[in-house]
Design a binder for this molecule. Structure first.
Ligand code: PRP
Ligand code: MN
Ligand code: MG
Length: 176
């Protein structure tokens, strides 16, 4: 049988602990408020499903699908809106949930798309941040981990559509 265990960068337990802390911070920051959580598909699906379990506030869950990497390890420089949210966010407290901020283009595009809909507040939760590749100024309100310049996979993150199901964050190697 083929060995299928990409090298780990951040393990399951470490991820769970960090998410618990992020959930607590969000819960405290939005005392007496309700929330609209927007999960950025596909990459953020696993982080978002774990994070919302740790947010002890009334919330509505929305999904948006944005894509720019396709089958490449580099951003195409072009963010495609594949599916929009269905809720009206006017006057609402929005939390965007992303798996990673890399060049920052996806978040920049999404912020512009949402701000014209007049939400009350927009905050960003991102599990990962790769500062070396950043091209657009992005403020991450709730950050999981800052990482080095390696192409990461697992826990929702893909390479050419694969590895999203890994329960940990791994590193893409030539042998994978
Ligand atoms: C990845 C990742 C982020 C974005 C980050 O999405 O999930 O959404 O890229 O990169 P950036 O900061 O350079 O824009 P991708 O385009 O691979 O789509 P996916 O989530 O469906 O995998
Ligand atoms: Mn994505
Ligand atoms: Mg991707």
């Amino acid at each position: 049988m083929e060995l299928y265990t990409p090298e780990a960068l951040i393990g399951e337990e470490e991820i769970a602990l960090r998410i618990e802390a992020l959930g607590k911070a969000i819960t405290q920051d939005f005392e007496n408020e309700d929330l609209v959580v927007i999960c950025v598909l596909k990459g953020a699906f696993m982080f978002c499903s774990d994070l919302i379990k740790k947010i002890n506030r009334p919330l509505k869950l929305e999904f948006i699908s944005l894509s720019s990497y396709g089958d490449s390890t580099n951003s195409s420089g072009n963010v495609r809106l594949e599916m929009d949210i269905t809720a009206n966010i006017e006057g609402k407290n929005v939390i965007i949930v992303e798996d990673i901020v890399d060049t920052g283009l996806t978040i920049k595009t999404l912020m512009e798309l949402l701000s014209v809909r007049n939400p009350k507040t927009v905050k960003l939760a991102s599990l990962l941040f790769k500062p070396v590749k950043l091209k657009h100024k992005v403020n991450i309100d709730y950050l999981g981990f800052e990482i080095e310049d390696k192409f990461v996979i697992g826990y929702g993150l893909d390479y050419a559509g694969r590895y999203r199901e890994l329960p940990y964050i791994g590193i893409l190697n030539a042998g994978n």
